[in-house]
Design a protein around this ligand. Structure first.
Ligand SMILES: C[S@@+](CC[C@H](N)C(=O)[O-])C[C@H]1O[C@@H](n2cnc3c(N)ncnc32)[C@H](O)[C@@H]1O
Length: 203
């Protein structure tokens, strides 16, 4: 299916696209063999930087949006943060809970669809999204952005990591839009104060 047709389907049927994507994620997370290239226990340099510089202050809770099986949550818990991991896949949350048994006090996982209107999350100072927002259907991105803006405490920090892998499967992925698309959406619904784009085309 071409990009144009795919875009049209997303545009005409955003809710259907959303339900189909959710179904696909559930199927993936239910598969015990699911081992995508982006799944890693190693935190990315942006996360290391946010913690080392105090941009994510240690005395504040963190929300991990689209946490999958919770690798980032566990790493943050190991650094002393209280973390809430959210994902719309029940199988992902079950796996995150199972793998996080050694951190019973620092970690909470909940099933939540970040594209649900008026989600009303308990606001936190620090939020992170690695790889969730960049696959949200265009028509639903404003809802997602509004939910996250409302879930961020005044002056809080949101780290959005999107399409940063220098891997052909990400760089050339038909469903991952250019990063200025993200910035434009976020600028509309939240007060973005800084951003960086390190995504380069593979030669
Ligand atoms: C590429 S994975 C990244 C997982 C994790 N953040 C990581 O870096 O390992 C994207 C995750 O976002 C979740 N997701 C996608 N759309 C979502 C939505 N609308 N609400 C909640 N979770 C969502 C998927 O179920 C999946 O676990």
């Amino acid at each position: 299916m071409g990009n144009h047709l795919r875009g049209k389907i997303q545009q005409l049927f955003p809710k259907w696209t959303h339900l189909r994507d959710q179904y696909r994620w559930e199927r993936r997370w239910l598969n015990p063999e699911f081992s995508p290239f982006w799944k890693t226990d190693e935190p990315q340099k942006e996360i290391l930087g946010a913690v080392a510089s105090g941009w994510f202050p240690k005395n504040q809770a963190v929300i991990d949006l689209g946490c999958g099986s919770g690798e980032i949550c566990r790493w943050l818990a190991g650094q002393g943060f209280a973390v809430l991991g959210l994902d719309y896949s029940a199988a992902a949350i079950a796996s995150a809970r199972r793998l996080s048994a050694p951190y019973p006090d620092a970690l909470t996982f909940k099933i939540a669809d970040l594209c649900r209107e008026n989600l009303q999350l308990e606001p936190a100072f620090s939020l992170i999204d690695r790889g969730c927002f960049h696959r949200i259907a265009k028509g639903l991105r404003p809802v997602f952005a509004r939910n996250i803006a409302e879930a961020t405490l005044e002056g809080g920090h949101f780290l959005l990591i999107a399409g940063t892998f220098q891997d052909a499967r990400v760089v050339n992925h038909r469903a991952i839009p250019p990063s200025n698309d993200f910035e434009n959406t976020w600028r509309k619904y939240s007060a973005i104060t800084s951003s960086s784009n390190e995504r380069k085309p593979l030669s």
